[in-house]
Design a protein around this ligand. Structure first.
Ligand SMILES: C[S@@+](CC[C@H](N)C(=O)[O-])C[C@H]1O[C@@H](n2cnc3c(N)ncnc32)[C@H](O)[C@@H]1O
Length: 266
């Protein structure tokens, strides 16, 4: 694990199942029309690689590399790639802050749901820019929690979400990183920047609620968050409310993601 931050989501079975529902057709829809066969592509923080395999099909026979800090994620990714017949991907354990590639190695660098966990996102963008070829393309997608839609409204659930965001912030991340993408890209010298946003509407709200509740319990257990007026009993109650809310027949949890594109003119 990189010393600059702690990765909030962790590597439980619930976290793995949550990542594995993702796929390029939805989660990289903003990038797919710009991909061409033969392009080289790097996916930073690829996790179990369910998005990576879709990108690899789009650029085949181009070389694709998925990097992640965590070996267990890369093992899951290898298996998924084998099952889905993606043969043009290499998997490497590495940090986005120290990419193990020479300058000017890739046509495209993609990163989905990683930047919200980074303590130094602009240092990560400098590394991305270094490994991109002149006129190479960066594509980032991360949540911005200010845009979420959660129904039916429930004050306990809203408080639980506030505690989750506080855990993420204490771990060095930024739940509102999506809105910063444009500024970060501009400050790091990328050009032709474009921004869009989408909702990820969770088809299984219980799964995401369970993940959030576990991370709140774990974060508060480690005393990552010590909020005045909030004791362990309150936290247990909030997590119970979150789990119950997720089981309601009319539940909606739509998470807003910002999708950003930029070019490395060198
Ligand atoms: C929320 S998951 C996203 C996985 C995948 N991109 C997706 O959207 O399904 C974030 C991943 O980034 C990895 N990660 C965290 N910090 C990292 C770093 N500094 N460098 C590379 N990967 C990192 C984690 O191990 C985790 O697998």
């Amino acid at each position: 694990m990189d010393k600059r931050e702690t990765y909030t989501v962790g590597y439980s079975d619930v976290a793995l199942r949550y990542m594995m529902r993702r796929h390029a057709a939805r989660d990289a829809a903003f990038l797919l029309p710009r991909l061409k066969p033969g392009m080289t592509l790097l996916d930073c923080g690829c996790g179990p690689g369910t998005i990576t395999v879709g990108l690899a099909k789009a650029v085949a026979p181009g070389r694709v590399v998925g990097i992640d800090l965590e070996e267990s994620q890369l093992e899951a990714a290898q298996q998924i790639a084998r099952e889905r017949g993606a043969t043009n991907i290499e998997w490497k354990a590495a940090s986005i802050y120290q990419l193990p590639f020479p300058d000017n190695s890739f046509d495209v660098v993609f990163s989905h749901a990683l930047f919200e966990h980074l303590g130094e996102p602009q240092a990560a963008l400098q590394e991305i820019r270094r490994v991109l070829r002149p006129d190479g393309l960066v594509a980032l997608s991360s949540p911005d929690w200010s845009g979420n839609l959660m129904a039916p409204r429930d004050p306990e659930v809203e408080k639980a979400i506030e505690v989750y965001k506080a855990v993420q912030e204490r771990n060095g991340g930024n739940p509102y990183v999506g809105r910063e993408f444009g500024r970060f890209l501009q400050e790091e010298g990328f050009s032709r920047i474009s921004l869009t946003a989408i909702y990820d509407c969770y088809e299984d709200v219980s799964l995401v609620a369970e993940l959030l509740a576990q991370r709140i319990e774990e974060g508060v257990g480690r005393q990552v968050v010590s909020s005045p007026g909030l004791d362990r009993g309150d936290v247990a109650g909030l997590c119970r409310s979150l789990r119950q809310w997720a089981g309601r027949p009319t539940v909606l949890f739509a998470q807003s993601f910002v999708d950003a594109i930029g070019y490395a003119e060198k």
